[in-house]
Design a protein around this ligand. Structure first.
Ligand code: R5P
Length: 318
């Protein structure tokens, strides 16, 4: 162990509200650091307190503007290492570029891997993240990665106080989400259905062709890691309707919610959307959708505390 000091929590500009909530839950004040852009858009970072030998956690999801958030994180890690921090953990509740995780067309990058290399090269000793698009992204790092899941929190929230559980079917909006949906279905003792989804080209267009499983007359719970343009969700709702679904609710960890996503979902008739605060959410214009946000702050705080004291993270979910 080469850190002797206490936990030190810092935040870039990506999601200060979440960082504040984590620090309150940990009862550790958030550290003083300045992170800003010069007029030429170059980012500058300076820690305003001594962090020598401390166990530093930098909370910085890849929120909009995504590439600025990433660059801030890299520079904050570099500055912390050069300031002789004992250990630096990059806390990245939402990891961007997760969908670019394989070479599935000729002459394309694996950006999720490139990003892992950048974070490691900057000097991070560990990564703490949540519901990666694909678990295999953990393997892009040669440093320890702890991946938390928000699904237990989300399902607890979505189902609290409801007594119509026997009518549920858990639906995976594509093959990539089957494992998550299956775990939830198992937990709820509910059946599972899978949507056959196809992406058309690289322009974010989605087609849902078929439903595998019995859904007629049931209430669907759609589960996904992220909701971006809303295209996957809308396509899923449409195909579920054509198969006689009664009602649809969705639970999604990362509310990317680009452009008019909420509008599209509202027009598609989505009743309820439960998300977390891994990314900042604007609750002011929900276009009639019951949008609920469950905070992951205390889960992150508990994980940080366990990493600091060398306790198991796995036990958090058992
Ligand atoms: C894709 O495979 C993911 O699991 C999500 O379904 C996807 O990122 C959602 O994107 P969008 O909302 O743009 O369809």
């Amino acid at each position: 162990m080469n850190w002797t000091g206490e936990i030190a929590i810092f935040s870039g500009n990506a999601h200060k509200r979440l960082a504040q909530a984590v620090s309150e839950s940990l009862r550790v004040s958030i550290g003083a650091v300045e992170v800003f852009q010069f007029s030429n858009e170059n980012i500058f970072v300076r820690y305003l307190e001594n962090i020598r030998h401390r166990d530093v956690f930098i909370i910085q999801p890849h929120a909009r503007p995504v590439n600025d958030s990433i660059m801030e994180l890299l520079i904050m890690i570099d500055a912390a290492k050069r300031a002789s921090a004992g250990r630096v953990t990059a806390v990245i509740p939402y990891y961007a570029y997760g969908r670019t995780d394989k070479k599935d067309q000729p002459r394309v990058p694996i950006t999720a891997r490139l990003l892992a290399d950048l974070i490691t090269t900057a000097g991070a000793d560990r990564v703490l993240t949540m519901d990666l698009h694909a678990g295999q992204i953990q393997g892009f790092f040669n440093i320890p990665v702890d991946e938390l899941t928000a699904l237990p929190l989300l399902s607890k929230y979505l189902l609290s106080g409801r007594d119509d559980r026997q009518d549920y079917v858990v639906v995976a909006p594509d093959e990539g989400t089957v494992k998550r949906a299956r775990n939830l279905a198992y937990e709820l003792d509910a059946p599972l259905a899978i949507i056959e989804k196809r992406r058309v080209g690289n322009d974010e267009k989605v087609e849902a062709r078929n439903v595998i499983g019995e859904v007629s007359g049931k209430n669907a719970i759609l589960v996904d890691d992220e909701i971006d343009t809303g295209g996957s969700m809308v396509a899923a709702i449409e195909v579920l309707r054509s198969h006689g679904i009664a009602d649809v609710s969705s639970m999604v960890t990362h509310p990317v919610l680009s452009g008019n996503a909420l509008d599209r979902l509202s027009q598609a008739g989505l009743k309820e959307l439960v998300v977390t605060d891994t990314l900042p959410v604007d609750n002011s214009a929900t276009n009639g959708i019951k949008l609920r946000t469950v905070s992951v702050a205390s889960l992150l705080a508990e994980a940080i505390s366990r990493i600091h004291s060398g306790e198991s993270i796995g036990d958090l979910f058992s």
